[in-house]
Design a protein around this ligand. Sequence first.
Ligand SMILES: [Zn+2]
Length: 410
Amino acid sequence: MHEDATVRELPLPGLALGDVVAALEARYDPALAEEWDAVGLVCGDPEEPVRSVMFAVDPTAEVVDEAIATGVDLLVTHHPLLLTPVHGVPASDPKGRLVHRLVRAGIGLFVAHTNADRAPDHGVNDALAAVLGLADVRPLESVAAPETDTLVVFVPVGVSDQLVDALSAAGAGVIGDYTRCVWQTTGTGTFIPGDGAHPAIGRLGHVERVPEIRLEMVVPRACRAEVLRALLELHPYEDPGYAFFENSATPSRAGLGRVGELSRPVTLREFAERVATSLPATPGGVRIAGDPDRIVRTVAVCGGSGASMLGAASSAGADVFVTSDLKHHSASEATQIPGPALCDVAHFASEWPWLPVAADLLHRDLGARVEVAVSASPTDPWTWQVGGDRRSTPSTTDTARLHSAEESVD
Ligand SMILES: [Zn+2]
């Protein structure tokens, strides 16, 4: 052994912030975000190691305190810290101060906002639908799936596996969670190499018959050029036979809001109780507009401010629409026409169910190399209220009393 050789502890194989960001963006595609939104990495060095990640709804001072106290390396929030453009982040500004504190503590900040709202399967709205027990869940307003082509290519038997590998590496053959998807059949390719040809198989001027495989693979249109490059590079023929067929648009599982079914119909009163017990308790509680005895089975949800989705909830045949921040006029108007009952919950509460879902998903994607946690700081800006009785629904006696009071006024 060399004299100055020492036994050094090797660092655990960790992940860089850039790897974690890539994993988050694979689930919460930034391309799904609204144009006005500000998603992605707010601060942090993509080269720095990340061993622990905390998820929160809002990047408030309390959440940053908690992240620093817990010693996490990355904070993931749903709401952006800097939604409107800034020209600087001086520590004298409340938001700039948070950036300074995060950077000094070596903590990155990553935002997944409207891209997490729209994301398929594990988004904010899926999490809200799941916590309320909805099944057969689909978007209220779905985003068109990315455009695709079907590539058909004919290749001599014996080279097809190699070609499929190359086409897959270039982006072809992805269907949902499945990769290297290909359909193939065998047949006979026939051709006559002409003057000036340099055929890989066959002789000039003679009919050639070659056992070939017809391969069909789906190709994201964005990858068409790269897939073609891979095909031309690997295919043994001088002029391979191939075609890209453009597929018609299909709806995706991504989109705003969700609608789904309860396993059994319940009264609106029972459903409201379920909402109250399934979401974090907040001072504003759960406000309902609708007959407590109305039977509900089809439920529409939209985490955050979902007033704009009221029409979609109604068109989807929802019996009740769960969302936040409904204003007096939109709620009042909605109750005057046939449509879903309304269930207005705290904005914070409607988005909170996403935190454990996103945390578990990241842990599943990255394994034990990264620890995940959900912030324990409630970030509902409303902290107390008076005069309400959030757990009660009008009873027959109350209604009778109200009527008699009105009569006495008349
Ligand atoms: Zn929100």
